[in-house]
Design a protein around this ligand. Structure first.
Ligand code: FE2
Length: 199
């Protein structure tokens, strides 16, 4: 069965005023859809067709002859994870297990927010910022282009897409403003806790 573009987990205007419906429509309906379409074209007739997306990301990582498949699979997976990392009414103070860990490991939410924003802003060019669980420790990392911690056996908890297509219509070149809006008003802490629980 071919890979499919998952629906957004909320309505197209759910993230207003922080991310516009125009950005979501373009980002999901063109960029994310494009990665899924490319992936289907590239895996057609290979042993990767019919495998789970996560598995395709993992087994093609670091294989130069599979780089196009890996890039599109990873971007498809990252975007699905990004949509679920955001929620209407999200952001701000975490709760649950992730809040306890953030307090213990980063010295509080404010320090965490600073680190996360710094990772997102300092990623040169296109990429992603992630809150992950590596072993038993939380970790903030940034990755270039399509790279995902998933391919390195690390469990992502939340991500922020910092490709220009994620924010340029709404924020122009002001990536920091976009990143702060996501951290302060959109991060889905329930999703982070669910990822932590199944890690
Ligand atoms: Fe994106």
């Amino acid at each position: 069965m071919p890979f499919s573009l998952p629906d957004l987990p909320y309505s197209i205007d759910a993230l207003l005023p922080f991310i516009s419906a125009e950005t979501l429509a373009l980002h999901h309906g063109q960029h994310h859809a494009g990665y899924v379409a490319n992936l289907n074209r590239l895996v057609a007739g290979t042993e990767l067709a019919g495998k789970a997306l996560e598995e395709v990301v993992r087994v093609t990582a670091g294989k130069p002859d599979r780089s196009a498949i890996h890039q599109n699979a990873s971007q498809a997976w990252n975007h699905e994870f990004y949509w679920r990392s955001l929620a209407h009414g999200g952001g701000g103070m975490p709760h649950g297990d992730v809040a306890t860990r953030i307090a213990a490991e980063f010295g509080g939410h404010e320090r965490f927010a600073e680190h996360f924003a710094q990772a997102a802003v300092s990623q040169f060019g296109s990429g992603w910022a992630w809150l992950c669980l590596r072993g038993d420790r939380l970790e903030i990392v940034k990755t270039p282009n399509e790279e995902s911690p998933l391919a390195k056996g690390v469990q992502p908890l939340l991500t922020i897409d910092v490709w220009e297509h994620a924010y340029y219509l709404d924020y122009r070149n002001r990536r920091l403003e976009y990143v702060h809006a996501v951290i302060d008003y959109l991060l889905d802490w329930e999703f982070a806790n669910a990822n932590l629980a199944r890690a």
